[in-house]
Design a binder for this molecule. Structure first.
Ligand code: AHR
Length: 508
C-alpha cells in the first residue's frame, strides 16, 4: 500500500524539456543505418534521413539531440565532415569497432536532422585531440551570419544562414577517453577553450539565435573529487566573472547490473538482476544530491545546470553482434529504469536542466531499433511517450509513503517512485513506477486543497522480460489505464507490477 500526497500549490521548479533529451554518437548503427541511410537508399528518407525515425521521435517531442559523441567527439575533426561527400576524408573509428568512418554525416547533415526533428542542437566539441582554433572555427562556421572565413565556407558548402546552437560541450569524458586529464588540468583547458567559443551577434536574426550554453566536462558516477577539482579551478581568480562561461556541468552514469566488466544480459536475467538493475538506476538520486551539494558551495543560486548527458542501462551486447557496436535489446526492465530515472530528474529539476539518454537508435538503451527498412519502438520509447507531458511543466511538491523492496539487502529499491507536474492548462501529470516484479500496489492519491474532477491514465507494463521484436513489434506499448476510483474528490488505484503509469488529473 502506498500513499501519494500532492501539494499542487507548492510549485518547485520548471521541468526543462531538455531533461527529455537524447544522445547520438558515431557508434555502431546509431547514425548510419539508424538516423541516416543516404539519399539513394530504398528506405524512405528525406535528404538521407529516415522518415520513420523522424516521425517517431517527433511524436515523443524530442527536445534536444547531442552529437557527435561521446568518446568519438574528442577524435572528431569537423572539417573532415563538410563539403562534397566524395572528397570527405575517411577516418578510423578507433573507439567503436575500428570501422571506417566516411564522414558522409557531418555538420550540415546533423543540422538538417535537428531541423526535421524540430529539436535543439547540442554539439560536443573536441578538446582532447583538437585545437582551440578548430573548436573556435566550428562555432564560427555554425553560428556566424556575417562575412568571415568560416561563414563564407559554410555558404560555399550550400548553407546560407547560420544555425542556432543553444548548447556546446567543451570536451567529453576528459577524465578518460577525452585525454585522461586530471581535474585541474582539464579545468584550465576548459577555461582556455571556452574563451574562444564566441557568442556571435547576428543583428538580423538575434531573435532566433539563442545564447550558447557552454557545458563543461563533469564527473563520472561518484567522482566527487573531479566535481570539486574542476569547479575549484574554474572559479579561481574569477569567482564572480566565471558565471556565464560555465552554464552546465555534465554527469555520466550508466547502470551495469553486474558491474562494468561483466555487465549482464539485456534479456536473460533473473529476479535478483531485476532488483539490482533498478536499485542501481535509483542510485542516480544519490549521485545528483551529492554532486549538487558540491555545486551549491560554488553556485548557491543554481545558475549552473547539472547536465546528465549520458545515462541509461548498458548490458552485454546481443549475441552475435559486433562488441564495438553496443547493440542491445530493451525490455520492461528498461522501461522501469527510464521511469525511475526520469522521476528523479523531474524531482531535481532545480539543478538538473538537461539529460540525454544513451543512445537514441541501435546503441545501448535505445528508444528505437532498426533492421534494414524495419523499425521498432522499445519499451523505453513508450515511457518517454508517457512522460512527455512533463516537458516545460511546473514540478509541484509531492511525496510518497512506500517501502523498499528486493530480496537482497544491498539492492533494495523504493517500491513506488513518483513525480508530479502541472502544465500550463492546470492539468496535473502524475508519473508512477512499480518496481515489484510480482505484486500490484494499491495507491491512494491525495491532492491537498483540491478535489479530483476528472482523471485518465496510460500505462506501460508487462512481465519483466517482455520486449518488442521485429516479429512482434507491438507487444509492449502504451495502453489506456482505466482502473481508477474517485471517491470524495480523492483518487485510488492498484498499480500493476512491473509498470510505469501516467495519470492526467483535472481538479477543482
Ligand atoms: O555511450 C557510449 C560511451 O560511453 C560514450 O562514447 C562515452 O562518452 C561513454 O564512456
Amino acid at each position: 500500500m502506498a500513499r501519494l500526497t500532492i501539494h499542487p500549490d507548492r510549485r518547485i521548479s520548471k521541468i526543462q524539456k531538455e531533461i527529455y533529451g537524447h544522445f547520438s554518437e558515431h557508434l555502431g548503427r546509431c547514425i548510419y543505418g539508424g538516423f541516416y541511410v543516404g539519399e539513394d537508399s530504398a528506405i524512405p528518407n528525406e535528404k538521407g534521413i529516415r522518415t520513420d525515425v523522424v516521425e517517431a521521435l517527433r511524436r515523443i517531442r524530442i527536445p534536444v539531440l547531442r552529437w557527435p559523441g561521446g568518446c568519438f567527439a574528442d577524435e572528431y575533426h569537423w572539417m573532415d565532415g563538410i563539403g562534397p561527400k566524395a572528397n570527405r576524408k575517411k577516418m578510423i573509428n578507433t573507439h567503436w569497432g575500428g570501422v571506417t568512418e566516411d564522414n558522409s554525416f557531418g555538420t550540415h547533415e546533423y543540422f538538417e536532422l535537428c531541423s526535421q526533428l524540430g529539436c535543439e542542437a547540442y554539439v560536443n566539441g573536441n578538446l582532447g585531440s583538437g585545437t582551440v582554433q578548430e573548436m573556435s572555427e566550428w562555432v564560427e562556421y555554425i553560428t556566424f551570419d556575417g562575412v568571415s572565413p568560416m561563414a563564407n565556407l559554410r555558404r560555399e558548402n550550400g548553407h546560407e544562414g547560420a544555425w542556432s546552437l543553444p548548447f556546446f560541450g567543451v570536451g567529453n569524458e576528459n577524465w578518460g577517453c577525452g585525454g585522461n586529464m586530471t581535474p585541474e588540468y582539464y579545468a584550465n583547458e576548459y577555461r582556455r577553450y571556452q574563451t574562444y567559443v564566441r557568442d556571435y551577434k547576428n543583428p538580423d536574426r538575434e531573435e532566433d539565435l539563442k545564447t550558447i550554453h557552454k557545458i563543461c566536462c563533469g564527473p563520472n558516477v561518484d567522482d566527487y573529487e573531479w566535481t570539486k577539482g574542476v569547479l575549484d579551478t574554474c572559479f579561481r581568480h574569477c569567482e564572480s566573472r566565471f558565471h556565464g562561461n560555465l552554464d552546465g556541468l555534465s554527469l555520466h552514469y550508466y547502470v551495469h547490473p553486474e558491474g562494468w566488466r561483466i555487465k549482464g544480459s539485456a534479456t536473460d536475467f533473473d529476479e535478483n538482476a531485476w532488483y539490482k538493475t533498478l536499485s542501481k538506476a535509483y542510485y542516480m538520486d544519490e549521485l545528483i544530491r551529492n554532486h549538487s551539494a558540491i555545486m551549491d558551495s560554488y553556485d548557491p543560486e543554481r545558475k549552473i545546470a547539472l547536465v546528465v548527458d549520458e545515462w541509461g542501462a548498458w548490458y552485454t551486447v546481443e549475441p552475435g553482434t559486433n562488441p564495438g557496436f553496443l547493440y542491445q535489446q530493451n525490455t520492461i526492465r528498461d522501461a522501469l529504469v527510464a521511469g525511475i530515472t526520469l522521476n528523479i530528474f523531474n524531482k531535481h529539476s532545480s539543478r538538473v536542466r538537461m539529460a540525454n539518454l544513451a543512445q537514441t537508435i541501435n546503441v545501448l538503451q535505445s528508444v528505437i531499433l532498426t533492421e534494414g527498412a524495419d523499425m521498432l519502438l522499445t519499451p523505453t520509447y513508450h515511457v518517454f511517450d508517457l512522460y512527455k507531458e512533463h516537458q516545460d511543466a511546473q514540478l509541484v511538491e509531492s511525496s510518497i509513503d512506500t517501502g523498499l523492496i528486493g530480496p537482497d539487502a544491498e539492492y533494495r529499491v523504493p517500491w513506488i517512485t513518483e513525480s508530479v507536474s502541472e502544465d500550463s492548462e492546470g492539468t496535473l501529470h502524475i508519473t508512477l513506477t512499480n518496481a515489484s516484479s510480482t505484486d500490484a500496489c494499491p495507491v491512494d492519491v491525495n491532492i491537498e486543497g483540491r478535489q479530483v474532477s476528472g482523471a485518465s491514465g496510460a500505462i506501460v507494463c508487462g512481465e519483466m522480460h517482455e520486449k518488442n521484436t521485429f516479429e512482434e513489434p507491438e507487444r509492449v506499448s502504451v495502453r489506456p489505464f482505466t482502473d481508477l476510483r474517485t471517491e470524495n474528490g480523492a483518487l485510488s488505484l492498484a498499480l500493476p507490477p512491473c509498470s510505469v503509469l501516467r495519470l492526467s488529473v483535472k481538479t477543482r
